[in-house]
Structures are given as structure tokens and as C-alpha cells.
Write a protein that binds this ligand. Structure first.
Ligand SMILES: Cc1ncc(COP(=O)(O)O)c(C=O)c1O
Length: 395
């Protein structure tokens, strides 16, 4: 394949890979090797000096990993990409690349619990401060930015409350101050949202989730401009060393081929379940992108998201114990953190993914003790509904 642009579904299958460069193998080969041989000492010298292209050592680059990176760059409409051993390795590589002691990070109103943990570590060890902002208007963003802000870090939809952040609004405001905008696009995958096309600078993923889609890999990906990706590649990836294994990259390449088909099914199932939950007397509130309770999010959603996604959060009437009792009654749905798998998963953010966030901060993020997050899988939606229905009957 040359440089033509195909539709997303076609790019998900083909981009990043040229079978003629790999003995005609239809499927990208797995280069399960730690190092690469040089034909002469001089060739080794040229590779290390950057005078000749080619692989050296798998921490610096690997052909299977490169195919994944090229595909992800294409799907996210970025110039280049880097793969990591986990989503958190990607988050920490980006945040440490963009900050130094004394800098400030402005974050969306909610972020993943371990990202919050990382921010606390950066604050304690390197005096890098952070604040949260609803980022609802230009004035609000400008007010919340500080003279030492060097990075804006966004999740949208926000985990687990599903509120949206207007990517274009943040990107325009940040651009005037030359501040890079980083978006954790894990919840959407590039099939539903491409932040770079809305003016944002860096996109990252916990590729563990929808990118993989099969619950058998922990990985991360960062996408951005060539210059930034080169900087991360030479510093916070190469020297901190959180690289992906070639086998995990190979599994992600396999998963990516079906991303659009899987996402359509996740979204379709989730929409049907929202309809059911909305009318259930034991359900207090539903948090879903474009939900009627989030009036202002409708226009944001139509601007930047193809569909609302496959994640639903909802609160149960009662207490933390009622929510836990409900989870324990489920038969088909598995109690597990993570998301984007074929299996429907349920978790309790206050005691699981966001347990590290202090209670006061958690409440500010809208994470009540009765809140549950459902990652809707690929099963028949009626079976998922019937499982929820029977569990609700028992509480
Ligand atoms: C939104 C989001 N970002 C980042 C991460 C971290 O990813 P990983 O578990 O692959 O390190 C997660 C994990 O759940 C997540 O949900």
C-alpha cells in the first residue's frame, strides 16, 4: 500500500504494513528478538551515529513495534507514534517529557486514578504542581492557566463520570499561550474521536483497552508530531525503558484490524442498555456521553465524537453496600477493572480504579460510593440486560 488515504475501517486493516517488505507474509511477522546484528563494525557505528537507518536493539526500535506505531499514527491522524509497556508508561513518559521542576499541569475535572497518583508523585518529588479545571469556557481555561503551566492534560469522556471536554475550545485557548494539549483517548479509541484533528497536540492510550480489545495485553501508545515523538523516543522511552514487547505489539496489531467492528457493537449494546437503565426504579443516575442530564455536552459530542461509546456509569439507589450487593448478584457480567474487552465488566470506582484518590477529591470528581462503571462487552445486549435486571431485583 502506498500513501493513499482510505476510510478508517480500511486503514485499521492495512495501514503501517507492506507485505512486500516481509517476504509477502499477509500478517505482520513477529520479530521476537532483543537485538539486531550488524554486517560490519562500521555499519554498527553508522547506525549508532544515526547516519544509516536500521534497527539496533529492541529498546530503541523493533520492526513489529514499528508497524504498530505507524498504524496508530495513521489512525489518530498524527505524524508519528511510540508504543509502551503500559498506558501508565505512556502517561509518565509524556508528562515527564513536558515538565520540569516548578512547572504546572492543568487537568480536566477527573482523571484515571493512577494518573492522579503519578501527579502526586511528581508534586512530592519534583515540585510539579497540578490543578483541575472544568474547562467549560475560554474564560475559565484562561483563569485556571498559570504562568508556569507547561501542559494541559485531558480525559474526555472523563473517567468515570462521562462528562465531556470541548477539545477545540481547549486547543484554541492553549495555542495562544503555546501550551501543548495532551488527550488520553483511551475511552474512545481513534474510531470514535481523533483529538489531533481538533487541534490537540498529543494523544495517548491505554492500549490495554479498546486498541487490544481482547483483554490479553497491557500496553500504551503515544501519538503526536515527529519532533515530540523523537524527543520522547530518545529520552523518556529509551532511557526510562518502558518499551512494549514485540509479542504484545503483534497482538495489538491483530486486535486493531477489528477495532471498528468491535466499537460499533460496544456502542450499540451500550445505547440499548442505557435505554433500559434509564427506566429502572432502582437506578438513581446514569452517566453516559450525551446523556439528557448533561445538556451542554450534546453539542460537544456532535462536534468531536462519532458515537457515545461503550462505557456506562450509573449510581444505584442506596449505599455503598447496596452497590456491592448488586455486583455480587451478577452472573454473566464479571467484576473486574479494565474496559474495552469482549466480556462485559463492572467495577466500583470509589474502592477500585479511583481508590487512591482521597475522598474529598473523589467527591469533587463526582465519584459517589454508589457509582458503578460498566464496560459493555460484545455479548447479546439482551443477556447483559437480563443479568442486570435479575441482580437489581435482589437488592
Ligand atoms: C483512562 C485511562 N488511562 C490510562 C490508564 C492506564 O493504563 P494501563 O493500565 O494500560 O497502564 C487507564 C487504565 O485503566 C485508563 O482507564
Amino acid at each position: 500500500m502506498g500513501n493513499e488515504n482510505f476510510r478508517f475501517e480500511t486503514e485499521a486493516v492495512h495501514s503501517g504494513y507492506r507485505s512486500e517488505e516481509h517476504k509477502g507474509s499477509l500478517v505482520p511477522p513477529l520479530y521476537q528478538t532483543s537485538t539486531f546484528t550488524f554486517s560490519t563494525a562500521e555499519q554498527g557505528e553508522r547506525r549508532f551515529a544515526g547516519q544509516e537507518e536500521g534497527f539496533i536493539y529492541s529498546r530503541l526500535g523493533n520492526p513489529t513495534v514499528k508497524i504498530l506505531e505507524d498504524k496508530m499514527a495513521k489512525l489518530e491522524q498524527g505524524e508519528a507514534a511510540l508504543a509502551f509497556s503500559s498506558g501508565m508508561a505512556a502517561v509518565s513518559a509524556v508528562l515527564t517529557a513536558l515538565t520540569k521542576t516548578g512547572d504546572h499541569i492543568l487537568c480536566s475535572q477527573g482523571i484515571y486514578g493512577c494518573t492522579f497518583g503519578l501527579l502526586q508523585l511528581l508534586k512530592q518529588k519534583y515540585k510539579i504542581s497540578y490543578d483541575f479545571s472544568a474547562m467549560s469556557t475560554r474564560e475559565m481555561i484562561e483563569k485556571d492557566l498559570k504562568p508556569n503551566t507547561t501542559c494541559i492534560y485531558i480525559e474526555t469522556p472523563i473517567n468515570p463520570t462521562m462528562k465531556l471536554v470541548d477539545l477545540e475550545l481547549v486547543a484554541i485557548t492553549a495555542k495562544q499561550r503555546g501550551i501543548p494539549v495532551v488527550v488520553d483517548n483511551t475511552f474512545c479509541s481513534p474510531y470514535l474521536q481523533t483529538p489531533i484533528s481538533h487541534g490537540c497536540d498529543v494523544v495517548l492510550h491505554s492500549a490495554t483497552k479498546y486498541i487490544c480489545g481482547h483483554g490479553d495485553v497491557i500496553a500504551g501508545v503515544v501519538i503526536g508530531k515527529n519532533e515530540f515523538i523523537q524527543q520522547v523516543s530518545r529520552t523518556t522511552l529509551k532511557d526510562m525503558g518502558g518499551i512494549i514487547s514485540p509479542f504484545d505489539a503483534w497482538l495489538l496489531l491483530r486486535g486493531l484490524k477489528t477495532l471498528p467492528v468491535r466499537m460499533d457493537r460496544h456502542c450499540e449494546n451500550a445505547s440499548m442498555l442505557v435505554g433500559f437503565l434509564r427506566n429502572h426504579p432502582k437506578v438513581e443516575t446514569i452517566y453516559f456521553p450525551g446523556n439528557i442530564d448533561y445538556e451542554e455536552d450534546h453539542s460537544i459530542m456532535s462536534k468531536q465524537m462519532k458515537k457515545p461509546g461503550g462505557l456506562i456509569s450509573f449510581s444505584i439507589k442506596g449505599t455503598k453496600q447496596t452497590a456491592q450487593l448488586f455486583m455480587n448478584q451478577l452472573k454473566l457480567i464479571k467484576i473486574a477493572v479494565s474496559l474495552g474487552d469482549a466480556e462485559t465488566l463492572i467495577q466500583h470506582p470509589a474502592t477500585m480504579t479511583h481508590a487512591v484518590v482521597p475522598e474529598l477529591e473523589r467527591k469533587k470528581m463526582g465519584i459517589e460510593d454508589t457509582l458503578l462503571r460498566l464496560s459493555v462487552g460484545l455479548e447479546a445486549w439482551e443477556d447483559i440486560k437480563e443479568d442486570i435486571e435479575q441482580a437489581l431485583e435482589k437488592i
